[in-house]
Design a protein around this ligand. Structure first.
Ligand code: PLP
Length: 379
């Protein structure tokens, strides 16, 4: 027999809701993935790379051409140079980057601050390596951070703060002021920062992404991670990267080489070419803003209370004027009876606090969004 290292962890809510959606033949707006295709031009580049023989192991940190393109992209967008030789690693999605960052840095007894609702892989990974999660609960409707509260939660054991902007599930964005507050606290308390920026290219209403790499003293102590799956509509490829200063990246790579050694070679070759055209990522905010606006327009007059998402491809819906059920019961009833699957967000909160908010993913075709809004508007 084994003693479970994660005794309290159950199957993730995404797996549960997607299965329920399939079992009940419901529209699936729960899990965060697009229901439209990856660009055929990018798919063709993968085919080409396979035909060209890139079917063996890639270099451990990743294809050098791809690392160069990532370095150029970050320098152009955020004015920070990451050396492609020593400061960038290609990973199997952001998930593997996050696991590897935590594995490389968190030891028994270290405290890690996270903001809840939080993406579900942070806490279990910290616990796996003996760390202790210190959650700070953000509250609807705006989910903003009180930095004085953060300062009060920092102790001599605090090792890292994990941030995620644009934020899943709330659609909140960190402003420049937020990042400066974070930088100040991280410097004063000698903290590491894990900046999960998987929705970096999905930002609305003319706002600008405030990457941790933009801020000099913050970048010095940050691991920045991103996801090609989110940016290029192919979450199933599980491709992402991590950028960090050399001293941090050295520790990251010591672990990375024994977690996967390297990741999918032909896809790296394809991405290296595809990234050369900046329109492939710079047009994404516009693309998703149209989807958000289309969905919000269709939802006008519904009984949900809605604060428009500022980034990501998620929208929170407050159902407190529709039902007194808890969010899990509400989401289950929606799936089984009304044939639409969403995510109850209490599962991401400290103590599973229920704010009567469900999350929908609007990375869907206009037809799917129209069908979904028709069901939701009638509730
Ligand atoms: C906030 C956040 N971080 C990380 C990930 C994982 O990204 P990837 O699919 O590249 O592993 C997701 C995916 O939903 C996410 O929402």
């Amino acid at each position: 027999m084994i003693n479970s290292k994660l005794p309290n962890i159950e199957t993730s809510i995404f797996a549960k809701m997607s299965k329920m959606a399939a079992d009940h033949n419901a529209l699936n707006l729960s899990q965060g993935f697009p229901n439209f295709p990856s660009d055929p031009a990018l798919n063709a580049l993968v085919d080409q790379a396979m035909s060209d023989g890139y079917n063996q192991y890639a270099p451990m940190p990743g294809d050098f051409g791809l690392r160069m393109e990532i370095s150029k992209k970050i320098e152009t967008l955020h004015d920070r140079f990451y050396n492609p030789e020593t400061e960038i690693t290609i990973t199997a999605g952001a998930t593997q980057a996050i696991f590897t960052i935590i594995a490389a840095t968190i030891s028994k007894g270290d405290e890690v601050i996270i903001f809840t609702p939080a993406y579900d892989c942070y806490a279990p990974t910290v616990e796996l390596f003996g760390g202790k999660i210190v959650p700070i609960q953000l509250k609807p409707p705006f989910y903003s951070v009180d930095w004085q509260q953060v300062a009060d939660m920092i102790s001599s054991k605090t090792k890292m703060i994990i941030i995620n902007s644009p934020h899943n599930p709330s659609g909140m964005l960190f402003s420049k002021e937020d990042m400066l507050e974070l930088q100040d606290l991280a410097e004063k308390n000698d903290l590491l920062v894990l900046s999960d920026e998987v929705y970096e290219h999905i930002i609305f209403d003319g706002n600008v992404h405030q990457s941790a790499s933009k801020f000099e003293a913050l970048a010095e102590r940050s691991f920045v991670t991103a996801s090609f799956g989110k940016t290029f509509h192919n979450t199933g490829w599980k491709m992402g990267y991590c950028a960090a200063p050399e001293n941090l990246m050295k520790e990251f790579q010591k672990v990375h080489q024994f977690v996967v050694f390297c990741v999918n070679h032909p896809i790296q070759k394809a991405l290296a070419t595809y990234l050369k055209d900046e329109n492939h990522y710079l047009k994404l905010s516009n693309f998703y803003q149209q989807k958000r606006d289309f969905f919000l327009h269709l939802m006008e007059g519904s009984n949900f209370k809605i604060v428009p998402s500022k980034g990501t491809y998620f929208q929170m819906l407050d159902f407190s004027e529709i039902s007194t059920e808890n969010d899990i019961a509400f989401a289950e009833r929606l799936t089984k009876k009304h044939k639409i699957a969403t995510i109850p967000t209490s599962v991401f909160n400290e103590g599973r606090k229920d704010f009567k908010q469900i999350r929908v993913c609007f990375a869907k075709t206009d037809e799917t969004l129209a069908e979904a809004a028709k069901i939701l508007r009638e509730l």
